[in-house]
Design a protein around this ligand. Structure first.
Ligand code: CTP
Ligand code: C5P
Length: 337
């Protein structure tokens, strides 16, 4: 920001239920239109009134948006229709929304007031991802189980070894994604910085599928263990090997963007090896390797993927204090339906 110029304050609002990288990308674009990004989030009650109850509670939704690196301030429980009074109350110059129409229960454009006052700007909606699409992927997951003659809606651990190999299969783990990842998108989401000399480097690895509040709390705790946090993301076939069924629900590129949008993350390894290797530790000058309190699945040969950092005393088990899991989200969607 130059000299004495008054900082431009940008306003965004929404439900931000099941936050995905499309939401993050809209916030990234909004932030680029000004200096300070203020995000208003609707309460559970307000959303229920206009489009039915959200899947995630307001406390979870507020936390997820606070975790996105382009967000400076969050305003809780804002009204569904954006008013000039709201913009003025938070000293925002204009409001930004994606190029899709949002209406109230009565069919009124929620942005008609800010649009007519010319305090409205549009950003391009990210194609290929939406809450509806993600819910659809989860429901396909459950239908597949039903077809296999298991109890309907079970999300137990089973594994189809032909998954991803059968060209006639309708739901290989990445085929349901309509998102087209590009190198430009990754650059836009990246921090592009190296660790400073003397920085303590923390490494964590996982699936980070359907990036959720449990992941966010875990990454916050992991970041506190050092100065520079690197997150290794396993490939889709690797995640599928230990999770089974049609997991992961989000493919590797989508998971990369969700993790990069998190304010605690400095770097992502795209397709990290399942077991922590010496090459990886040396390459990134890793000082400490962390994992949460969730169970660690064995590697293909039955070994512990964290055997190496454990043997050299740089492994640390940390608590996110959060019991959310990807499986619980799938359960919630099914209940919600
Ligand atoms: N958004 C976007 N790209 C997407 C999905 C959402 O740019 N793929 C933007 C919306 O345009 C809006 C903001 O994210 O500016 C938050 O909107 P919200 O009300 O939470 O989302 P929805 O539009 O309902 O998104 P979804 O359909 O994914 O629930
Ligand atoms: O299950 P997944 O591989 O996505 O988990 C990534 C990391 O997040 C793991 O270290 C896991 O223990 C941690 N985590 C956590 N609390 C949760 C969910 C995941 O600490 N509720």
């Amino acid at each position: 920001m130059s000299g004495d110029r008054k900082p431009v304050r940008v306003w965004c609002d929404g439900c931000y239920d099941m936050v995905h990288f499309g939401h993050a990308n809209s916030l990234r674009q909004a932030k680029a239109l000004g200096d300070v990004l203020v995000v208003g989030i609707h309460s559970d009650e307000e959303i229920a009134k206009h489009k039915g109850p959200p899947v995630f509670t307001e406390q979870e939704r507020y936390k997820m948006i606070r975790g996105i690196k382009w967000v400076d301030e969050v305003v809780e429980a804002v009204p569904y229709v954006t008013t000039l009074e709201t913009l003025d109350k938070y000293s925002c110059d204009f409001c930004v929304h994606g190029d899709d129409i949002t209406t109230t229960a009565d069919g009124v454009d929620t942005y008609h007031l800010v649009k007519s006052a010319k305090r409205y700007k549009e950003v391009e909606r990210t194609r290929g991802v939406s809450t509806t699409d993600i819910v659809g992927r989860m429901l396909l997951l459950t239908r597949e189980h039903f077809k296999r003659g298991q109890e309907e809606y079970s999300v137990g651990k089973g594994h189809s070894s032909s998954l991803g190999l059968d060209p006639s299969a309708t739901v290989p783990f990445t085929a349901c994604s309509q998102f087209l990842p590009t190198s430009r998108k990754i650059i836009q989401f990246s921090e592009g910085k190296e660790p400073n000399p003397g920085d303590k480097v923390v490494y964590v690895a996982g699936a980070f599928d359907l990036f959720h509040v449990g992941h966010l709390d875990f990454l916050e705790a992991a970041k506190k263990e050092g100065d520079f946090l690197i997150v290794g993301l396993h490939t889709d076939p690797t995640v599928n090997r230990y999770k089974g069924h049609n997991y992961p629900i989000m493919n590797l590129h989508e998971r990369v963007l969700s993790v990069l949008a998190c304010k605690y993350v400095n770097e992502v390894v795209i397709g990290a090896p399942y077991a922590v290797t010496q090459e990886l530790l040396s390459h990134f000058n890793v000082d400490v390797v962390c994992h949460g309190k969730t169970p660690i699945s064995a590697d293909v040969d039955g070994s512990d993927p964290y055997a190496l950092p454990k043997s050299t005393g740089i492994f640390k088990s940390i608590s996110s204090g959060n019991k959310m899991t990807t499986e619980k989200i799938v359960d919630r969607i099914i209940q919600h339906r």
